[in-house]
Ligand binder design. Sequence first.
Ligand code: MG
Ligand code: ZN
Length: 388
Amino acid sequence: MPCSSQTKYATLNILLAFIGLLMVSNACKTSAPVPAGLQLFEPGRQAKNIILLIGDGMGLTQISAALYSNNNQLAMLEMPVVGFHKSHSADNLITDSAAGATAFACGVKTYNGAIGLNADTVACYSILAEAKSKGMATGLIATSTIIHATPAAFYAHQDSRIAYEDIASDLVAADVDLFIGGGSQYFIHRVSDKRDLYEELRLKGYYVSDHSAEDVLRAPFNPQRGFAFLTAESQPGAFTQGRTYLPLSTRYALQYLARRNSKGFFIMIEGSQIDWKCHQNDAREAIREILDFDAAVREALEFAKGRDDTLVIVTADHETGGMAIQPGSRFGRLKIAFTTNSHTAALVPVLAYGPSAELFSGIYENTGIHTRMRQALGFQALSSAKER
Ligand code: MG
Ligand code: ZN
């Protein structure tokens, strides 16, 4: 869209307030076009739906490396609002994914390893549970097991992130409308008990299926029923091993949730394996995982475009690997180094598009993601008892 038509758009829209005008004038100064189909929203406009996309371990250098490896293009960099969060946990400057996701889900800093508990091991109230209580539809998609730390923090309450069978039981109890991810072994063939969680989900009315029966992308579309799909027995394979479900199941899930009810939805979608490839200091594989995640971001933006009710947020729980793009790099031919095979404490980028996106600019604690999502949805302030 040319600069002049943006200005025309701005002058015609009497509701467009100062921040929007600033964005337009900045776009004109830098000649950076507002991507086709994306709109500017007046500040304070409430969102009905939230799509939270988490690239586990995806710091600024990971995003940069994927960008420079992909013809200088990423869907996520079309998003107009940028902020940063401080990722540290309650007990460590270097967070893990459990504490990081609990901060997003519940708005509390907790200790590394805690799933949906505050630092005193008391269960916290997740935005997914709160959305459910308001009658909204809910969803989770991951390229790890669905009971891995990042998705788990949105529905489970366990003092250890490796209590996988207990976390799976919590998922059944949480009545999440749609979930897609690996880990069928924790639902059936359980070690700690003889429960058959597939059967329990079916008794609750879910359509339940898995990798052994069909491809997730061929599963029937029926928003009248809950949808549970386990994509692997344990961890799904890497993108380069043929795992392709993330972008298309994102498309499927958004259509499903939009038709599930009329009260809006909350979904968390995770590119789980970016982190793992950075732990392995494998830049090539990490970039492939980021590009796969970015294809899911594109699906989210395609859904949000042309509507005025859907807030899309992209962030990470932390950076992994201390990644750097070294001297001698060129577009498409990067020299990448890592400083560690663990997580780091670097500030983490937050990108946002849609109504209330402006809340996500600035620099804030990771718990601020939770605060801002609740504000965007128009949820009232929590009592301190519930919040903790
Ligand atoms: Mg994760
Ligand atoms: Zn990690």
